[in-house]
Design a binder for this molecule. Sequence first.
Ligand code: ZN
Length: 598
Amino acid sequence: MAVWQNPAVSTVTGSPRLEHRWDLTPVFASDEAAVAELDVLAADADAFARTLPSPSQLGGPALAELLEALGELRNRAKRLSTYAELRSAEDASDPAAQDLGTRVAQRMPGIHDALRGFQLAWLDLTDERASQLAELPEVAGDRHYLIASRRFAAHTLSAAEERALSARGGAAEQSWIRLWSERSSALTITCDLGNGPAAQTSSEVMFACWDVRPEVRRTAHAALREMSDGFAPTSAHCLDAVVGDRLAVDALRGYDRATRSTDLANELRSEMVDAMLDAVAARAGIWRRWNTIKAGLLGFDRLPVADRVAPLGAMAAMTYPEVVEQVVASFAALSDEAGRTVAGLFQDGRVDAAPRTGKMGGAFCAELDGTCGPYLLLNHSGRQMDAQVMAHEAGHALHLARCLAAQSPLVGLPSFALIEIPSTFAELWLVEGLLEHETDPGRRLALQAGAVETAIGNVFETAVSARSERGCYRLKAEGLTLSVDRLNELWGEQFRAGLGDSVEGEEVISRWALMPHAIVYRFYLYNYSFSCLIALALMGRLRDDPERFAARYLDYLDRGGNGTPADVLAPLGIDLDDPGLWDEGLDEMERMVEGVGS
Ligand SMILES: [Zn+2]
């Protein structure tokens, strides 16, 4: 399925084969080599901590040298953690991968503690001395890291207090997260999802909600309700504990609102995040309109709740080489350079795409450092959807390959808030390119509806959860326990406000119980709405000026985390303080919704 008929593409991709596994030897020659490096790294990190001079006494060249050493140590730690994750992802049942994972998990906190010394010493400086040092020309490459680190100064406790807090982390927050993860991953329910009655995991049930067969979707929807209702008491208890703990630590650190530490970490103004969530809530009519259009396409007056994420149209079957060709062609259509980088992932053995027993499900892109590029895990299923998933992960890979090579290790990685922009943009760009050439009405509908559904999920559904999560912190701060009833009420209220009367039947309002985000992270979900709305706005910019867009976009990817999100996005014409920005993304989404079926 050659979409752009670009002859350069087939020559750059060679012949990727599904059975090709990734080659991890550029990361470590063997597990033994990784274990040996773990010992050397721990010793080097200790030596770094023991001989750490006070930054105040350093001149430019010595401070630059210290930052370089810190960056190098962080890169080595990242390389070890990622290698262990990749080994476990390719086969979680491999005892060697399990041993390696345990060893790395045991040693890494000590290594990170040793490396944290610089940051604490840097925060101890007066503002005046810190800005004098940050302005030295020798540290220009790390200036953003030095300046941005200071944003936590007012909320950092004494070294002894920080050590005490960090030492209790394992027993406080982490044990609740572990309890939640262990219990939720062990959940099963016996039902028939099209292949006879069998025990199904929660992710199998959720996946079946997207099934093409209506009866499977109805069974899955009922099973999801039973599973989340059953798990809600455990999940509520874990949520109550972690939210209580986080608020207690916030009080010690002097944060004035629950979202502040996350917004500071993401380098976003809290008021900007509030404005975005308000803008999304105000335009929930787009979500309702989509449900009405979808109901009509499925032959209903009102969309049955079990069909809310039903697929539409006829999704094309695709072989793995066809998927690779389509994705590489899409990046090449943006820029030759981007096409070559993405093709290189397949040529260099950085992709594992064949589903296997023991291999992790889903898809991810794992980053290493500037000298060793990213790796992609995929699970090819033979459908058009694989190309969207691959484009998403390749969007991450292009970003990470460029920024980690272009920037110092201390500023290379983009802020969490920015991380999903290139991946979402790559998906939108792929679908737009495919629609230009697709004439089959069923396939057009599948592509259009798939893109709309992804955008609705990213923007509206995650905003519902993000607002509900804020509600959890508000209730807990008022001294209330996060009980199942209160949590159901919070989520239910947000869902009802979003969906209005566009859906027939009751939404599974206890679905919060199966979502890891609020337990494992804190206010992570708004990143999806944020990234998706910016990616949608970028699609508009691209159409306005395709010639200049590609060069600017690659420059943006190169910046990585060297600057605040506002700084990094400004050259693309994105102004985070412009309240109209969110409506620009939402207008683009409305255009997509109205265009379905055309
Ligand atoms: Zn992603």
